[in-house]
Design a protein around this ligand. Structure first.
Ligand SMILES: Nc1ncnc2c1ncn2[C@@H]1O[C@H](COP(=O)(O)OP(=O)(O)OP(=O)(O)O)[C@@H](O)[C@H]1O
Ligand SMILES: [Mg+2]
Length: 399
């Protein structure tokens, strides 16, 4: 078995004081319904943090509590070290962007963006300069005099962003801000949003149920399920080595191979032994019941291929039969049945026509040991891993 991946553990005390946002055992109940369940999280200053999960898992409720629109039933919320659990929304250094842009329809683009600054009594010349600067930043130069209602959805969302950013909040909360945009505009807005966040350096807490969006945007992401998160970390780590089956399947397609742990080995139903990364299961290997492998990590080869080398210790290999092939241009998707009757799904780049497989072909599916991840049984609970923030990592490098 491969060694444990990713040093988890909580952030150090020193980094806690510096966290831009910290939730400490936050629970929100609506009567007997638990919307957020003992959630602890911390966001580093300047971090783009994505909160990802299916409908109803508690994302908006979490965001609303950070914004001050809802109070936790128990637990505490900190902003830059200050306890703001009971601070009213208007006294929190936080702004929110919603899916519905919520612009003032009777105001121009300029006046929408200037609204918060004027309320704070900002000097007229400064208002003008800041608003123009932010319209430029959002690609809205020259749009100032236009009525807010005479804009496309994408443009309205930019105005909403400019209106929030111009106040230079410590933290910007975004609740599915691209939910109403079509797929193409969404993609280009994603790239821009990432650029803008880097440029302004404000901490973003970004809620979405779109896994691609969370992975593209987040420096880190947390995958929520039933009011808690089941995994938290950098997108690549969470994709490559998810902590649970739910996380594995929420982030993309995944082959799940049933295994039995036998002493130090993982045995497939046909008795063959495979290797995998153990991750969070390293301390409880006897609870491993499945090994996950992403479809694009598996390689297929006809068994009659002349190069019949024996598998190396770094490679897992199973025999299978091709059931169906779907040609998608750049890639082909294969459905297979393994030698013990299990179902496999493989995605392969279409590089060489001669390699294309057909239904009925006998193949080996192989993958690198490092690309398999050990999982508990479907409904088993695992302790979520909270990775140290960048701050904590930096602190540990210094000390
Ligand atoms: N005001 C409320 N009263 C009662 N139940 C609520 C209230 N607000 C939210 N809930 C419940 O709390 C749970 C979490 O809701 P929340 O809005 O946080 O989900 P979400 O993750 O944002 O979902 P979506 O992706 O659909 O927006 C849901 O089951 C929801 O029905
Ligand atoms: Mg929501």
């Amino acid at each position: 078995m491969a060694s444990k991946l990713g040093e988890g553990g909580r952030a150090t005390e020193s980094s806690l004081a510096a966290a831009a946002v910290r939730l400490e055992h936050v629970t929100k109940k609506y009567k007997s319904m638990v919307a957020v369940d003992d959630l602890s999280l911390e966001l580093a200053p300047g971090e783009f943090f994505a909160l990802l999960g299916p409908s109803g898992c508690g994302k908006t409720t979490t965001l609303r509590m950070v914004g001050g629109f809802d109070q936790p039933t128990s637990g505490r919320i900190f902003l830059g070290g200050d306890d703001i659990t009971w601070t009213p929304p208007y006294r929190r250094d936080v702004n929110t962007v919603f899916q519905s842009y919520a612009l003032f329809p009777h105001l121009s683009v300029f006046d929408n963006v200037a609204f918060g600054l004027r309320r704070k009594g900002t000097d007229k010349r400064e208002v003008s300069q800041l608003v123009e600067e932010h319209l430029e930043l959002l690609g809205l130069g020259g749009f100032g005099p236009r009525p807010a209602t005479q804009l496309s959805g994408g443009q309205q969302q930019r105005v909403a962003l400019a209106r929030a950013l111009v106040n230079r909040p410590r933290v910007l909360l975004l609740d599915e801000p691209m939910g109403a945009l079509d797929a193409k505009i969404r993609k280009s807005m994603q790239l821009e949003l990432k650029r803008i966040q880097r440029e302004v350096g404000i901490t973003f807490l970004y809620v979405t149920h779109d896994q691609d969006e969370a992975m593209a945007l987040g420096d880190r992401l947390a995958v929520m399920h039933g009011g808690r998160y089941e995994d938290l970390g950098e997108p690549q780590r969470v994709y490559d080595q998810p902590a649970t089956q739910f996380v594995a399947e929420f982030l993309g397609a995944c082959n799940l191979l049933a295994v039995n742990p036998d002493h130090d080995r993982l045995c497939l139903p046909d008795g063959s032994v495979i290797g995998a990364r153990l991750g969070t299961m390293a301390s409880t290997p006897s609870l491993i019941r499945q090994v996950g492998v992403r479809p694009e990590k598996m390689q297929l080869r006809r068994v009659d291929h002349s190069d019949a080398t024996s598998p190396s210790s770094a490679t897992n290999r199973v025999n299978a039969t091709v059931d169906s092939v779907v040609y998608l241009g750049a890639t082909s998707e294969y459905e297979l049945t393994s030698s013990w009757g299990g179902h496999l799904h493989v995605v392969a780049q279409n590089i060489d026509d001669a390699d294309r497989l057909r239904p009925g072909d006998h193949v080996t599916a192989s993958w690198h040991v490092e690309h398999g991840f050990a999982l508990p049984a479907d409904n088993a609970t695992v302790t979520p891993v909270e990775e140290p923030t960048r701050e904590a990592k930096e602190a540990s490098r210094v000390n």
